[in-house]
Write a protein that binds this ligand. Structure first.
Ligand code: SF4
Ligand code: SF4
Length: 454
């Protein structure tokens, strides 16, 4: 499937995209239209963020602009320049589903969306807006506004338990996180020999989808076949992920369509929903309940920090002295930390920016790496800087925007009453009522997978 494309009619061959592509997937001569080698592309969308060659109504005329919009399936509400590098838009599928009375539509939004979406409505960079986001999704007509942050808490229960088991039982280490589909794809294509190092956990998006169509459908007294599951993501690769053949353990496609933060803004504008004036609303319970640990999944090091908060208590049976795990925060491309967990010194690594994982893997293969657990995120500062986030037209704004989006998620974590995934009452309830226990049979069937490549 095509997720990311470069429009030959618009590309000027400036090769700015080539410089940011972490997979060396963009090919072509300087000054000539570039092409994407789909065997290498991991669909991260960083080229989409960087591209500066565009078609605008002012320069090229209204007719050409509208024709290009139609060609790309973009809604009428789009007013911005159309860039050469773009991600394929899936809003028409979503609009059809929302208009279909037979479908029971549920939606989840990733942590980073709540610090990105407001920017597309003229608000300050990195504005934290979970309440308006929930209200906006409800105004679009979704039957349930659940949340990917709940699924992030669920991921920590599963991934933390998997890590503890691997450490205790002498399993394959280091274990790598598996929540970034661009990273998973990169590993499958380039380093399949280390795939047993990858956590078997699905990403929060896919765990959410599997749960919404099973447990969620049961709670809402709806047949799972009617549930249409939508994900709003900061990430262009998530549409690829939800179409993977492995992602159908609920009995149906676990997530039917994934749209980006930018596309959500297009849709809200098309429907005349004024984001800025929306009231603060809550996500729907119980599958929209979340802790601060779920919220920080959107920043580099956040999955690691959330896992340590829960892993510490799983291993020691005691409360972690400080939920803020400063040692794993930061934005360096590769950083390591030793974290004391009872008698164990947990050795962890965090990679942000996919290119930075290559020397880590090479060191691991050469026996030069002594770590238990490694988080890998493809985008420069984690999902807050994802390819589907609002596009920053001026490069000078990039550091400020990323910094403010990260700060927004950390502030959200600090303000939430619960900050550890295992304290989430909805997480406790789903294990009591349905999943039985982390890494148990039901959880394994629905929430884990064996990645098998394209
Ligand atoms: S989507 Fe990512 S991997 Fe693919 S060409 Fe663009 S920057 Fe490279
Ligand atoms: S870091 Fe986040 S936004 Fe970027 S490719 Fe991975 S999951 Fe997607």
């Amino acid at each position: 499937m095509t997720v990311i494309a470069i429009d030959k009619e618009l590309c000027t061959g400036c090769q700015e995209c080539t410089k940011v592509c972490p997979a060396y997937a963009i090919e072509g001569e300087p000054g000539q239209p570039q092409t994407i080698n789909t065997d290498r592309c991991v669909m991260c969308g960083q080229c989409v963020q960087k591209c500066k060659a565009y078609l605008s109504v002012w320069e090229h005329g209204k007719e050409a602009y509208e024709a290009k919009k139609r060609e790309r399936g973009l809604p009428q509400s789009v007013r911005e320049p159309l860039f050469a590098a773009y991600n394929v838009c899936h809003l028409n599928e979503l609009k059809d589903a929302l208009a279909d009375p037979e479908k029971y539509t549920v939606v989840q939004a990733a942590p980073a969306v709540r610090v990105g979406i407001a920017e597309d409505f003229g608000m300050e960079l990195g504005t934290l807006a979970p309440g308006k986001l929930a209200a906006a999704l409800r105004r679009l007509g979704f039957d349930k506004v659940y949340d990917a942050n709940f699924a992030a808490d669920l991921t920590i229960m599963e991934e933390g338990t998997e890590l503890v088991q691997r450490v205790k039982d002498g399993g394959v280490l280091p274990m790598f996180t598996s929540c970034c589909p661009a990273w998973v794809t990169f590993m499958e294509r380039n380093y399949p020999e280390i795939s047993d190092h990858l956590s078997s956990c699905k990403s929060p998006q896919q765990m959410g989808g599997a749960v919404f169509k099973s447990y969620g459908a049961h709670l809402d007294d709806v047949d799972g076949s009617r549930v249409y599951s939508v994900a709003v993501m900061p990430c262009t690769c998530k549409e690829f992920e939800c179409n993977r053949v492995e992602m159908r353990d609920s009995g149906w496609k676990d997530v039917d369509v994934a749209i980006t933060t930018r596309e959500l803004a297009y849709l809200l504008k098309e429907k005349g929903i004024d984001f800025n004036s929306l009231p603060e609303e809550e996500f729907d319970m119980p599958l929209g309940d979340y802790t601060g640990a779920g919220a920080i999944f959107g920043v580099t090091g956040g999955v690691m920090e959330a896992a340590i908060r829960t892993g510490y208590e799983l291993i020691t049976g005691e409360a972690i002295p400080d939920v803020k795990v400063e040692a794993v925060r930061g934005t360096e491309g590769f950083r390591t930390a030793n974290v004391k967990v009872g008698d164990l010194t947990l050795k962890v690594g965090i990679v942000t920016g996919l290119k930075n994982v290559i020397p880590v893997i090479e060191d691991m293969k050469a026996g030069r790496l002594d770590l238990h657990f490694i988080e890998v995120m493809t985008c420069p500062e984690g999902c807050v800087s994802g390819g589907g986030q609002p596009k920053l037209l001026m490069d000078t704004l990039v550091p400020e925007a990323y910094g403010k989006r990260r700060a927004g998620l950390f502030a959200h974590d600090e303000a939430l009453p619960l900050r550890k995934s295992h304290d989430n009452p909805a997480i406790k309830k789903i294990y009591e009522e349905f999943l039985e226990k982390p890494n148990g049979n039901i959880a394994h069937h629905l929430l884990h997978t064996k990645y098998c490549g394209d």
